[in-house]
Design a protein around this ligand. Structure first.
Ligand SMILES: [Zn+2]
Length: 437
């Protein structure tokens, strides 16, 4: 099926920063056929008038725990929430069915915000894969491996074997891909971290974990005279498939190791700043040549599953941290949210750009909102003015998932009501933490 998207302000995100003010994109099934300055007279099965809106590659969310929707707004201001109630409540109340319904809701929320690909780590990821396949979002999904009992595995070895099974079960899938996801540098034993890294390298799939994020994590490595990144490097876990999430606390040596070994960083400013953990030295990371992109983190840590929020927070935090208004122009920030994410996942040849042969994963941002006028620079409008609610159309794999700001195949309120009904036991368990949440 051929779809012609006409009258769009096309941002191709190519090397030259090409844009077409009144441009078009022609799609054939799941692939972009061509793009250019004025709409051609071609026979298309469907023509969509983009009415001058900004059309760009879909956003890539590099770090998420999609199925944590039931935890949203729970204990947002509570210190050490991970150990005080998140881990215990997960172990007590998380079920595969709840994960499926919550992930489905999160996938739809992400699509509405223009996210077409996301990286996820959580429990019962086979159910998250099901939610991705049903909703049409692309997922890079990792079963969390952790050296303590978890909702899906009693031991880290069991978590590893779930990961191996998951990799085999998703082989050959187009929209969902298995990755390796040990929880973090202090929550997984060195031996298991090494096995995770070996698994990632042998299958040539991403390895993602929380790293250089927590104060207690930094203190525990400092006592041993090292850092989380140097520790990972000692396990040969710093390599081109490593996508290290957070990386708030990095030394210059850490940054050069990440750069020399070809690793990437998933920067999650919303969740980091909300938790008061600090602001990652992304300008130094970028200057060293380490690929980076943005992660929303889970809906319990970052609250919104929108990269618009991350782009704006990123701009203001980096400019403030380095006292430099000219740092990271808006165009570079939109690049990080799209093509940067593709680079971190080794998808630079098929995602993150509007170019012939690339995935037809596209987002149309409407200029109809009062805050979207005038627009001298579309990148600035995306970073400093736009919100997820300005996303009017989303296409993944050539299919329209969102049109006129609404989901084409789902009633979000119905999905929400199904999820709410399934949250009864979870909310009952949460009662015991009432004082802190
Ligand atoms: Zn996380």
């Amino acid at each position: 099926m051929r779809t012609l998207l006409s009258h769009a302000w096309v941002l191709t995100m190519d090397d030259e920063g090409t844009m077409f003010r009144d441009g078009y994109v022609l799609i054939d099934d799941g692939t972009i056929l061509e793009t250019g300055a004025s709409s051609p007279s071609v026979d298309a099965d469907l023509t969509v008038d983009c009415k001058g809106g900004i059309l760009l590659p879909g956003f890539i969310n590099l770090h998420c725990h999609a199925a944590m929707i039931p935890f949203r707004t729970m204990g947002d201001d509570c210190p050490d929430r991970l150990r005080r109630f998140l881990f215990p409540l997960e172990n007590e109340a998380l079920t595969p069915h709840l994960v499926y319904l919550a992930a489905k809701y999160a996938c739809l929320e992400m699509l509405l915000a223009g996210i077409t690909t996301f990286v996820d780590m959580y429990y019962f990821e086979d159910r998250v894969a099901e939610a991705c396949l049903e909703t049409g979002i692309r997922g890079y999904l990792g079963e969390t491996v952790i050296s303590q009992p978890s909702p899906s595995a009693r031991t880290d070895q069991e978590g590893l074997s779930l990961t191996r099974q998951f990799i085999r079960s998703l082989s050959g899938e187009k929209m969902v891909h298995a990755i390796v996801a040990p929880h973090g540098t202090t929550t997984v034993s060195a031996e298991v971290l090494r096995s995770c890294s070996d698994l990632s390298q042998s299958y040539e799939i991403p390895l993602t974990l929380h790293a250089a994020e927590m104060d207690y994590e930094m203190a525990s490595f400092a006592e041993k005279g090292t850092t989380p990144v140097m520790f990972l490097d000692g396990l040969t876990a710093v390599h081109p498939y490593l996508l290290a999430a957070h990386c708030i606390h990095l030394s210059q040596q850490d940054i050069s190791v990440l750069a020399h070994k070809g690793a990437s960083v998933a920067h999650c400013i919303g969740s980091n700043a909300k938790a008061g953990k600090g602001v990652s030295p992304v300008s130094d990371i970028f200057k060293a040549g380490v690929p980076f992109g943005f992660g929303t983190d889970g809906p319990s840590s970052g609250n919104t599953l929108s990269l618009f929020d991350q782009m704006r927070l990123f701009a203001v935090s980096q400019k403030t941290k380095y006292h430099d208004r000219s740092l990271f122009p808006a165009k570079d920030i939109v690049y990080a949210a799209t093509r940067g994410g593709a680079r971190c996942l080794h998808l630079e040849n098929c995602a993150g750009q509007i170019a012939p042969g690339y995935h037809a994963d596209l987002v149309l941002v409407s200029l109809d909102g009062p805050h979207m006028f005038p627009v001298y620079n579309p990148y600035s409008a995306l970073v400093y003015a736009a919100n997820a609610s300005d996303v009017s159309m989303v296409i993944t794999d050539g299919k329209i998932r969102v049109r006129d700001h609404c989901l084409t195949d789902f009633d979000l309120l119905k999905v929400r009501s199904d999820l709410y009904k399934a949250m009864g036991a979870f909310m009952h368990s949460a009662e015991q933490y009432r004082d802190i949440i």
